[in-house]
Design a protein around this ligand. Structure first.
Ligand code: SF4
Ligand code: SF4
Length: 272
């Protein structure tokens, strides 16, 4: 995000609405730490522009000060419209694609950080019997994640024997899906969060958990992992014991597809 120094009147309204805490007011003008800004546009979307003339606002403030009064803009506005979303070039545009939910990925044409694959398995058929899917998310508002850390996690997962989801936007940024290596020029780019999606044979799950635990200590962000699998015919969930044995606590925030979609039907047709 850019701030027009000529227009900014230093009211400070943009400081608390920044999702990453990277705006500060210095010498009566706000400024953005460009290295840490993830181009999420939250500040721009949250604060409507009042479109006031900066000269007018400064003059009103000057007059009010004579009477020991203050001018405070309403908290939901940038009084002069000084916040200016820049036209982003590669690779910085990735910040916006991963951090602003209104922007679509140029690689996949989809918005958001991951894909619908893991959530809609009864339609996509991505996970087969005997496979486990992982959605490994790095970053959070106020913290973010750099692609360098995403690469570390992807490489650790690759060594543990996963296959990366081809429609996922992080996979699109890999130069080698066997190693999880990402494009060199993007490694310092920072995003609010991003999700690596992959799948593996269920037998590899302990190795994958161990890899996640190891690499979590090597990155400057946080990891949260979601796992998915087809339930057994008796309704059992195959990964529960593996996760507990690996020392992970599973939240009860789960989603269950009931299997009315196409692949199950097709598989039955093929088997018949
Ligand atoms: S809200 Fe607008 S005028 Fe106020 S400090 Fe931020 S950029 Fe400057
Ligand atoms: S674009 Fe996002 S990270 Fe950048 S200054 Fe605005 S709210 Fe903060």
């Amino acid at each position: 995000m850019l701030i027009d120094k000529e227009k900014c009147v230093g009211c400070g309204n943009c400081v608390p609405v920044c999702a990453m805490g990277v705006i500060s007011v210095v010498n009566g003008r706000s400024q953005v730490n460009q290295d840490e800004c993830v181009e999420c546009n939250s500040c721009y979307r949250t604060l409507r522009s009042e479109g006031l003339s900066p000269t007018f606002v400064r003059a009103v403030r000057w007059v009010l000060r004579l009477f020991h009064l203050e001018y405070d803009a309403p908290p939901d506005v940038c009084p002069t419209g000084a916040l200016t979303p820049p036209k982003l070039e590669w690779p910085r545009v990735l910040r916006s694609e991963f951090s602003d939910p209104t922007v679509k990925h140029s690689s996949t044409g989809l918005g958001g950080r991951g894909t619908e694959e893991i959530k809609c398995n009864d339609v996509t058929g991505r996970l087969k019997e005997g496979e486990i899917g992982f959605a490994v998310e790095l970053g959070r508002p106020g913290l973010g994640a750099r692609f360098l850390d995403l690469q570390k996690v992807a490489m650790a997962l690759a060594k543990a024997g996963v296959f990366f989801e081809p429609k996922n936007p992080v996979t699109h940024l890999m130069t080698d899906t066997k190693t999880g290596a990402l494009r060199e020029e993007i490694l310092n780019e920072k995003v609010m969060s991003a999700i690596i999606e992959c799948r593996a044979d269920a037998g590899r799950v302990p190795e994958i958990f161990a890899a996640l635990r190891r690499v979590a200590g090597e990155i400057e962000s946080v990891i949260s992992a979601a796992i998915a699998a087809r339930c057994g015919p008796d309704g059992s969930v195959p990964y529960l014991d593996m996760a507990r044995e690996a020392g992970f606590t599973l939240s009860l925030n789960g989603k269950t597809n009931i299997g009315l979609g196409r692949p199950r039907f097709e598989e039955r047709q093929q088997a018949a």
